[in-house]
Design a protein around this ligand. Sequence first.
Ligand SMILES: Nc1ncnc2c1ncn2[C@@H]1O[C@H](COP(=O)(O)OP(=O)(O)O)[C@@H](O)[C@H]1O
Ligand SMILES: CC(C)(COP(=O)(O)O)[C@@H](O)C(=O)NCCC(=O)O
Ligand SMILES: [K+]
Length: 248
Amino acid sequence: MILELDCGNSFIKWRIIRRIDKVVMAGGVVDSDKALLLAVEKEGLSPKWCRLVSVRTEDETNALVTALRAAFSLEVKKAGPAQELAGVRNGYENFERLGLDRWLALLGGYHLVSSACVVIDLGTAVTSDFVSADGEHLGGFICPGMPLMRNQLRTHTRRIRYDDVSAEQALSSLAPGRATVEAVERGCTLMLQGFVLTQVEQAKALWGEDFTLFITGGDAALVRRVVPSARSVPDLVFVGLAIACPLD
Ligand SMILES: Nc1ncnc2c1ncn2[C@@H]1O[C@H](COP(=O)(O)OP(=O)(O)O)[C@@H](O)[C@H]1O
Ligand SMILES: CC(C)(COP(=O)(O)O)[C@@H](O)C(=O)NCCC(=O)O
Ligand SMILES: [K+]
């Protein structure tokens, strides 16, 4: 069994796959190291290997690795930066600076289509990356995701206050809001949708209709309806993780 982890700024996405045929045996989303250890332990699958990607600090990531080794005595591989891998060339001037989750997601996207693609990952931040048909990563964009936009409004204004349950209910439609929670949740959702449409425009300017748009990340569902032709691949980072951290 292999434990796979995608440690984002807000959540750790985890899953356990069977080594021999890569079948997913268990998985989930947790908000702390402790919750991860509990969730994995509960499955009773005793993974022998772990591969992970983290955009957290070195210290935070090392603490997690130490805890995992102590709890399950497994071998851990961490994804690292690369200038070139699996036919893709990192487009950053300083390739080590490109977020590793972005790198893996775009490796995953290019691996799936072997042609031009745009990879949009909607998490704490929203990121977009462009890869040409011959594997050249052209760069990308970073902007605040739903949790950051929402929290900035809550933190820096005096009268925007609401709870998470009403936030979920507010998204039943995108009509002009008649309450603060609706106005904010729908407004921020429309910002995300607008951003995604600008990415489609840039891709069309580059490649006409010859590209695939991938969407992934915890908030991908918020933009799906404005890009019905997009491929929604929730585990795209894990596709790239298998490429960056092969176990054989
Ligand atoms: N099962 C889930 N657990 C946690 N967050 C979720 C879940 N499904 C959707 N989300 C949304 O996903 C967002 C976080 O996305 P994620 O890709 O996990 O971020 P990050 O990689 O930055 O930690 C949150 O805004 C949250 O509302
Ligand atoms: C842009 C990110 C914060 C996205 O993180 P996430 O929303 O997935 O938690 C992360 O990829 C990161 O820290 N990148 C380093 C900066 C860069 O890619 O240029
Ligand atoms: K992201």
